[in-house]
Ligand binder design. Structure first.
Ligand code: GDD
Ligand code: MG
Length: 350
C-alpha cells in the first residue's frame, strides 16, 4: 500500500511575524486560499486516499493542527511527537509507527511548507517516486531544476549521463550552501534542488536508519512498543530527549550511496521567507505584492501584508511591510532572509 506523511512540526522563523511559535508557517494562507498544510493535503489526496494520509507534528501544535484538518483526515492519522527533534526523528517515528500499524508499504514524506504551482506534474513525479521506491526498494527523492542560487535549499548532484531520463541517481548532497557555492553549483548544470519530498518502502527507510542513525532507530523502536500502555508517552519522551537533533538530509541522505532522484517538472518553492511568500500573492502594475487592505502612492516592488488594518505607503520602494494584530514589521525587501535574526533577538538569544 501507499502512504503519505506530511511533516508539519517545524517552526519557520523567517516568516515572522506571520508565523509564530503557536502558529508556524504551515498555517499561513497562500494563493488567496487555504493554508499551506491544507493545500499540501489536498494535493497528496489526489494520489493517496485520506485515510492513508498522516501528519507528524508535536503536542504543542495538536489543537491548531486538528482544527485545521479535521474535515479532511481522521484524528488517528495525527502522529504526535513529544518535541521538535528535526526531520530524522520525524521520519523514524512515523515510519516505525506505520510499520507497527500496517506491516509494510511505501511511504512518501512531504514537507508542509512547499508551494506548488501545477498539480499535474507534481502528481506525476510523486507517482513515479512511489514506483521507483517500490521497484528498487531504495530511497527516492524529488529534485527540482534550480531557478536561482537559493541558499535555503539542499542541492543534489545528479548523474546526468541520462539527461533525458526522469529517474536519476544521486552523486552527492550539499545542504544549504552559501551564495558563492550555490552560484557555482548552478553553473555546472549538474545540480537539482532537494524538494524535501522523499519516498521509500518502510523497510528501506528502516534499513537506512539502522545503518546511519542507529540510535534514532533503537530508541524510538523500543519506545514505540509501549505506545498503547497507560504511561506509554513517557517512553517516547525519554527517547526523544536522548536522540540527536539532526535532519534526515544530513544524518542519512548525505551518507547513503544509492538514492534515486525523480525530476519534478513543476514550479516549486519552499515558502521560507516573506519574499518567497510574495510570489503567491496578488500583484499590482508597480510590482508590489499585496495582501489585505492597501493604498500605495509612488510605491514600487514592495511586499505589503495587512491582516487587520489599512496599510498606506508613499514614495518608497523595495520594502516589506507586514502588519498583524500585535506587530508591525518594516524592512528592506532584500533582507527578508535575515528576519530570523529578529526572532532570535526576541527570544533573547541575539
Ligand atoms: N514533525 C516534525 N518534527 N516536522 C518537522 C520537524 C520535526 O522535528 N522539523 C522540521 N519539520 C518539518 C517542517 O515543518 C517542514 O515541513 C519540513 O519538516 C522540512 O523542515 P524545514 O525546517 O522546513 O527544512 P528546510 O526547509 O530548512 O530544509 C529542508 O527542506 C528543503 C526544501 O524545502 C531540506 O530537506 C532541504 O534540503 C530542502 O531543500
Ligand atoms: Mg522548509
Amino acid at each position: 500500500d501507499k502512504f503519505a506523511v506530511i511533516m508539519a512540526g517545524g517552526s519557520g522563523t523567517r516568516l515572522w511575524p506571520l508565523s509564530r511559535e503557536v502558529k508556524p508557517k504551515q498555517f499561513i494562507n497562500i494563493n488567496d486560499g487555504n493554508c499551506m498544510l491544507i493545500q499540501t493535503i489536498q494535493r497528496i489526496c489526489e494520489i493517496v486516499p485520506a485515510d492513508k494520509c498522516f501528519i507528524v507534528t508535536n503536542k504543542e501544535l495538536l489543537d491548531i493542527t486538528w482544527n485545521t484538518v479535521k474535515d479532511i483526515i481522521p484524528y488517528s492519522n495525527l502522529l504526535l511527537e513529544p518535541e521538535k527533534k528535526n526531520t530524522a526523528a520525524c521520519i523514524a517515528f512515523a515510519t516505525l509507527l506505520l510499520k507497527e500499524r500496517f506491516g509494510e508499504g511505501i511511504v512518501c514524506f512531504i514537507p508542509a511548507d512547499g508551494y506548488v504551482k501545477e498539480h499535474k506534474p507534481y502528481k506525476e513525479a510523486i507517482e513515479l517516486a512511489f514506483t521507483v521506491a517500490e521497484k528498487n526498494d531504495d530511497l527516492v527523492i524529488i529534485g527540482i531544476a534550480p531557478a536561482y542560487p537559493a541558499t535555503g535549499y539542499g542541492y543534489i548532484q545528479i548523474d546526468n549521463e541520462n539527461e533525458a531520463e526522469k529517474v536519476l541517481t544521486v552523486l552527492r548532497f550539499i545542504e544549504k550552501p552559501d551564495l558563492e557555492t550555490a552560484k557555482k553549483l548552478i553553473s555546472t548544470g549538474e545540480y537539482l534542488w532537494n524538494s524535501g519530498i522523499l519516498a521509500g518502502s518502510m523497510d528501506s527507510i528502516i534499513r537506512s536508519l539502522t545503518e546511519y542513525l542507529p540510535e534514532h532507530y533503537i530508541k524510538i523502536y523500543e519506545a514505540i512498543k509501549h505506545v498503547n500502555e497507560e504511561n506509554g508517552n513517557t517512553y517516547i519522551e525519554k527517547a526523544y530527549n536522548e536522540i540527536q537533533n539532526i535532519s534526515f538530509d544530513t544524518g542519512i541522505l548525505e551518507k547513503c550511496n544509492n538514492v534515486y532522484v525523480v525530476k519534478g517538472l513543476f514550479d516549486w518553492d519552499d515558502i521560507g521567507c516573506i519574499d518567497a511568500l510574495s510570489k503567491t500573492m496578488a500583484s499590482d502594475a508597480d510590482g508590489n505584492a499585496i495582501k489585505g487592505e492597501y493604498l500605495g502612492v509612488d510605491t514600487f516592488n514592495s511586499v505589503i501584508v495587512g491582516e487587520d488594518k489599512l496599510i498606506v505607503t508613499m514614495s518608497v520602494d523595495n520594502l516589506i511591510v507586514v502588519s498583524t494584530k500585535d506587530v508591525i514589521l518594516v524592512c528592506p525587501r532584500n533582507k527578508a532572509q535575515d528576519i530570523k535574526k529578529v526572532v532570535e533577538k526576541l527570544r533573547g538569544n541575539g
